[in-house]
Design a protein around this ligand. Sequence first.
Ligand code: RNT
Ligand code: ZN
Length: 405
Amino acid sequence: MNKHYETARQIYADWGVDTEAALRRMDEIPLSINCWQLDDLTGLEDFDAKLTGGIAATGNAPGKPRSVEEYFDSLNRMLELVPGAKHLALHSVYPLTNGVKVPRNQLRPEHFAPWVDYAREKGIGLDFNPTYFSHPMSESGWTLSSADEGVREFWVEHGIACRRIGAYFGRELGETCVTNHWIPDGSKDTRVDTLGPRERLIDSLNRIFAEPIDRRYNVDSVEGKVFGLGVESYTVGSHEFYTNYALTTGKAIVCMDTGHYHPTESVAAKLTSYLAFGQEIMMHLSRCVRWDSDHVAIANEDTVSIMQELKRCRGFDKVHLGLDFFDASIDRVAASVIGARSVKKALLTALLEPTEHLLKAEAENDLTRRLALLEEFRFLPAGIVFEEYCERHNMPGANWLETLR
Ligand code: RNT
Ligand code: ZN
């Protein structure tokens, strides 16, 4: 036990918080780590692949994997530094086929079978993402909402193929897979017909989700967005579009990426409007610096507020926590570790919050006390409890970077 833990435990106990219960809860809430931070979303099919679709990994830090072996080396080192329950979120461009190139609309569970073995060995779950970009068929900038029936059909087939892979992950690993659908479709300049693409997208999604799949194995999420690079004026799959799709069809849940809103919009503030309707939510925790920049997630106010909201409304069973960032300007393994550990620290901070005191002050309309306590609780010693958490998982604490280096 780290020498400060007992003190921290006592400080929290004085506020009626059981640190041991919080540590147990930490192990029940998995964090889905995006596999694509480790290689700038290049994938395992083509190490020269170019990223398209209005997203970008900028920077040129050394150490980018140049082979499947190097990729796994990065992945292993990353997983060894993130304590507690984890999923790995894969993208469809990470199949393990011994160099055989499989068209995206023909991908099958067997192309990801080694990932299931890997996940089992590491004791983690798997999530999945179809890749509706970085491909000749997405070059026009339109995929599931394309006016070209051939293009649309190809991507519908891809979506169907990916859901089946997600269901395979869930069935094999006994842990629900979230398959997240994000498409780049939109327009750089003013779009005149904004309805047509949205009607086509509804039709494509309905076709993708037509096959019933047991929700214990796979849940699909749909991810909206404000804009992308070169797609500044119109985005077919907006937040409102997917919210309506999810609520009216029940075929998918909404994925909220913290980088996909107007800069002053708070994702934390949106959550209970979904939970009040019994909706599940997928989260892509990221950090937008001025725009959807996909900077490494940190334990800033945005992240902490999301965790606090979920703690206060007991929403953790309805919300899947995932990461989504790709920063190539710093060491890629360290970037992944920093993002994952920061989100876990934010989660622990929220789990340790003496929420009962806040609720009581609020119920008694003692607004002075509510604000006074909110401010005091920011600086309770959650960091010491996190060190203890790392130690119990046989992982380094605050000095983890030395281990990695
Ligand atoms: C893009 C979306 C999407 C991607 C990943 C790689 O703006 O955030 O989630 O980042 O699929
Ligand atoms: Zn995202």
